[in-house]
Design a protein around this ligand. Structure first.
Ligand code: NDP
Ligand code: HEM
Length: 501
């Protein structure tokens, strides 16, 4: 084979890549050494901003296969036929840690899928939990600040963490899942993925239903105890990244079964739970999931930076047949992701191959900008309407209208006792005694780092969720149980006042 020759970024052959050009044997180095200058300048710019959340992750390619006829619910082309396969890219991640943090940390896990459909890219940007800590996007930046580092010490801070959560009691459902062993899945392959939000599916006739996605792991849901996870953080901070890569390399392709929960608008109207509140699930007994398809991951990326670090998902990437719901958090996310990609990757990030709509090439009149590396529309018209017969809008891609009414205002969710019911059901009815022992031990270990008044406020929330739950936490933290019970019986405003300082 002919030996390939090294070149500069602009293709000039490189004569020496080991020694800088110097004036005389001992230097100094000459500015005319363009290869050296180019090499150092490029190195200086190797890093792009890390994701503000979900910075540590691993990705893989695969496909989705439809296994049930869902055409009465959605006209999405990629879901139009049993047996139809669509290429996809997945990125799994932790949330709060930096790019070098350990895969085994207690955290929700991101579960983001990019389907390369013939009607454009469809992104399902979910987590491994069916609910979330908050339900209004206004709270997201504050919430994330409390999960990251203290501004003074640059350390993780139990006071910030529990102060915010105890002032945000709608977080209790997600907190209970996070501190159970589901907060430390054994690998990315052994966890479920959920849309968490409600989305809309609509069919050819314009009829719509509300849906939630559940990608159930075919590997079985497996978790680590806190002790096992702690040991894993020390032994191999990249264990889940390694596991995903190696299992695919060895031909052991992980897969997930997609189950959907579906509610008609009429069912949704009379439903016990607010279907747009992301802190709630739809109980399986009331909305039994139906199996719809299968996702298989079978190919590793070749270059981590190009394909995984530069991958850009947004819940706003929807295709005809799939729409957003009024869920306030989802609406906030529909702004945030595209916006952060413009900052993290640049104006034309859709041209990065992993993000390209490869089965439905971009055709519009958006032009130019930094790194417009294709022909930018060539010499064709750069405006619409035009009378030169170029691409125009297609009415059939319009979404059916959704009636909305009410006053424009900053409406708050009413803080109601309902917020504690599902977390209580999880604790009482789903968890085994061993799960409850592990859960309460994990909470006590973390909450013990916070101030006593914050411990009391949060213990009262556990007590309100379930007496046994709160009692175990109070005992483990050596709190006055009578005080915890009294706080649990107050409304949130009085509880906050009583634990103000
Ligand atoms: P079901 O008894 O029908 O289902 C229980 C669900 O809980 C299963 O999906 C199971 O997942 C999951 N699960 C088991 N252990 C944990 C854990 N430690 N943390 C989180 N999830 C766990 O219950 P319901 O539908 O009536 O819901 C009861 C509670 O179960 C809910 O309040 C919610 O906390 C939890 N749950 C409900 C889901 C839903 O969409 N209805 C989804 C996930 C959790 P798996 O199948 O993988 O074992
Ligand atoms: C990543 C914002 C809630 C799942 C991100 C990123 C931002 C963000 C800015 C970084 C994206 C990037 O740089 O590529 C928000 C906001 C939220 C919110 C503002 C609430 C208002 C959620 C929820 C979920 C979720 C509820 C899950 C249901 C993810 C995932 C990623 C991510 C999986 C990583 C995507 C990847 O792998 O590249 N989020 N988020 N987020 N978020 Fe959220």
């Amino acid at each position: 084979m002919k030996k390939k020759k090294m070149t500069t970024a602009f293709g000039k052959p490189v004569g020496d890549d080991l020694n800088s050009q110097t004036a005389g044997e001992k230097g100094p180095v000459l500015v005319q050494d363009m290869h050296l200058l180019e090499k150092l300048a490029h190195f200086d710019r190797e890093r792009i901003p890390e994701r503000v959340v979900h910075a540590k992750g691993a990705g893989a390619y695969g496909y989705f296969e439809v296994t049930a006829d869902v055409t009465k619910y959605t006209k999405a082309a990629f879901l139009s036929e049993v047996g139809k396969k669509t290429d996809l890219f997945v990125r799994f991640s932790t949330v709060g840690g930096e790019k070098g943090s350990a895969d085994a940390e207690r955290d929700p896990r991101g579960f983001a899928i990019k389907f390369y459909t013939e009607e454009g890219n469809y992104d399902m940007v979910g987590n491994n939990t069916p609910v979330f800590f908050i339900r209004d996007p206004m709270k997201f930046p504050d919430f994330i600040h409390t999960q990251k580092r203290n501004p003074a010490t640059n350390l993780k801070d139990p006071d910030m963490f529990w102060d915010f959560l105890s002032l945000t009691p709608e977080s209790i459902h997600q907190v209970t899942i996070l501190f159970s062993d589901r907060g430390t899945p054994i690998t990315f392959r052994h966890m479920n993925g959920y849309s968490s939000h409600t989305y809309k599916w609509y069919n050819e006739k314009g009829e719509y239903v509300w849906v939630q996605y559940h990608f159930k792991t075919d590997q079985g849901s497996k978790t680590m105890t806190a002790a096992e996870a702690g040991a894993m953080c020390a032994k191999d901070p990249d264990h889940a990244t390694r596991d995903l890569h190696e299992s695919i390399k060895n031909g052991d392709f992980p897969s997930w079964t997609l189950e959907m929960q579906i509610l008609t608008p009429r069912q949704a109207k009379d439903f016990k739970w607010d279907i747009f509140d992301i802190t709630k699930v739809w109980p399986h007994s009331e909305v039994p999931p139906i199996t719809v398809g299968k996702m298989v991951l079978n190919r590793n990326p070749e270059n981590y930076f190009a394909e995984v670090e530069q991958a850009a998902f947004t819940p706003g990437n929807l295709v005809p047949g799939i729409g957003a719901s009024p869920d306030k958090m989802l609406q906030g996310r529909m702004f945030s992701y595209h916006d952060t990609h413009l900052h993290r990757l640049g104006t034309n990030y859709q041209l990065i191959p992993v993000n390209m709509p490869k089965n439905a090439p971009e055709l519009n009149y958006q032009r130019d900008g930094a790194m417009r590396v294709d022909d930018g529309g060539g010499g064709g018209p750069n405006y619409w309407p035009n009378s030169f017969g170029t691409a125009g809008p297609d009415e059939t891609a319009l979404e059916p209208p959704l009636p909305i009414e009410g006053n424009a205002a900053q409406h708050s969710y009413k803080l109601v006792d309902d917020d504690f019911v599902q977390a209580g059901n999880l604790y009482r009815n789903v968890m085994s005694e061993q799960d409850r022992v592990n859960l309460t031990r994990n909470i006590i270990g973390h909450l013990s780092g916070a101030q006593k008044r914050i411990q009391l406020r949060q213990a009262a929330i556990f007590y309100k969720t379930d007496k046994d739950y709160g009692t175990r936490i109070a005992k483990g933290l050596e709190l006055d149980l009578a005080k915890v019970e009294k706080l649990a019986n107050m409304n949130q405003a009085d509880r906050v006042k009583a634990t103000a300082s």
